[in-house]
Design a protein around this ligand. Structure first.
Ligand code: HEM
Length: 328
């Protein structure tokens, strides 16, 4: 399921960036995706064994596997981006008037030089893949355990789209907040980036701790998401907690003692100038996917699993779900 997830989500990203899927769905770029998977596995091995500096110095096997996968991923991503930029350049020189592809607009605007565009897009390709794919896998894992929630989502979807879910628009997405609630619950309970790191730029008092400048501070997104001070009934999947105007929401939304929402209790995409640049894209992709799936199919989770840490949090055993189409 993960490889398919990766293919699907990266190909959707390519549509935004290059205006087409670039063959990700038919396996053309599996070598790139496989290299990303190896980077994820080997970097977590490295975290759990020796320091990267030692591994590099003695060129330990774990280091050479990681470095090799990194080289392959960067080379494959660069080949793809260079090829797409050259196609875009041709499109533009033959009189392209209007385009929604990000690369076309970057080339036309002339704000960035060629190499900078290439590097930014490689960065996006590398950052987008496993974060969104694993988030989707975790959401399906949870949703598959809650048939009642699926029914609510389906009812809301069919009402908002007049049974035409294939033509889901931005405005009909806004009319299905329950799907967004499901997504937020999935990310709250299984955040793929379980913590955020910051090096303090100045001496700071954090709670009872006096912390010198330069200290690296880790904020656990996983712990705050599961903390009953911020989320009542925190161990349970309750999409309603994210809905406005719901009487149950007051009980379950992240809140301070004042009763106002505590926005910093939910930071799965980070915060501030270095927060996730792909947040809106990922959220939209995931909402559209869930909406189209849940309108037509029932999802059932076949066996329990738990989180294990890699570069992002992944299931300890492959997530197994059954997807069955409704007959009505
Ligand atoms: C559900 C999916 C995703 C999650 C949970 C996620 C989460 C995160 C987090 C926690 C950070 C660090 C933020 C911080 O330190 O404050 C981050 C950074 C970043 N993300 Fe995402 N991300 C997701 C999808 C994406 C996608 C689809 C893209 C690209 C299209 C992307 C591109 C980036 C980039 C480039 C950065 C580095 C930003 C910087 O350092 O300035 N992410 N992401």
């Amino acid at each position: 399921m993960l490889l398919y997830n990766l293919q699907m989500l990266v190909s959707a990203l390519c549509v935004q960036m290059f205006g087409h899927r670039c063959g990700f769905l038919i396996g053309v770029h599996d070598e790139f995706l496989d290299a990303l998977e190896i980077i994820s596995v080997e970097s977590s091995r490295l975290q759990n064994t020796v320091s990267p500096a030692v591994a590099k110095r003695y060129n330990l096997p774990v280091w050479s596997r990681l470095a090799n996968a990194n080289t392959i991923a960067l080379e494959k991503a660069r080949d793809l981006v260079e090829q797409e930029l050259s196609i875009a350049q041709d499109r533009i020189s033959t009189g392209l008037v209007e385009s929604t592809a990000i690369v076309d607009n970057l080339i036309i605007s002339k704000d960035l030089n060629h190499e900078t565009i290439v590097r930014h897009i490689i960065d996006l390709l590398m950052a987008a893949a496993d974060t969104t794919a694993h988030t989707l896998a975790w959401c399906l894992y949870l949703i598959g355990q809650h048939k009642d929630a699926q029914q609510k989502a389906r009812k809301e979807l069919l009402a908002a789209t007049g049974n035409e879910v294939a033509n889901l628009s931005a405005s009909s997405l806004a009319a299905v907040p329950y799907i967004k609630g499901m997504l937020k619950e999935g990310i709250r309970m299984y955040p793929v980036a379980t913590f955020i790191l910051r090096a303090l730029s100045q001496e700071t008092v954090l709670g009872r701790y006096h912390t010198p400048a330069g200290t690296v501070v880790s904020l656990s997104v996983y712990s705050t998401g599961r903390d009953s001070r911020f989320f009542s009934d925190a161990e349970n999947f309750i999409p309603e907690r994210w809905l406005r105007h719901q009487s149950s929401a007051a009980l379950t939304c992240p809140k301070q003692s004042t009763g106002k929402h505590h926005s910093h209790a939910f930071l799965p995409f980070g915060i501030g100038a270095r927060s996730c640049i792909g947040r809106r894209l990922a959220e939209t992709q995931l909402q559209v996917f869930l909406a189209q799936l849940l309108a037509t199919c029932q999802v059932s989770t076949l066996q329990p699993t738990h989180m294990k840490m890699r570069m992002v949090s992944i299931p300890a055993d492959p997530i197994q779900i059954a997807i069955q189409q409704y007959n009505d």
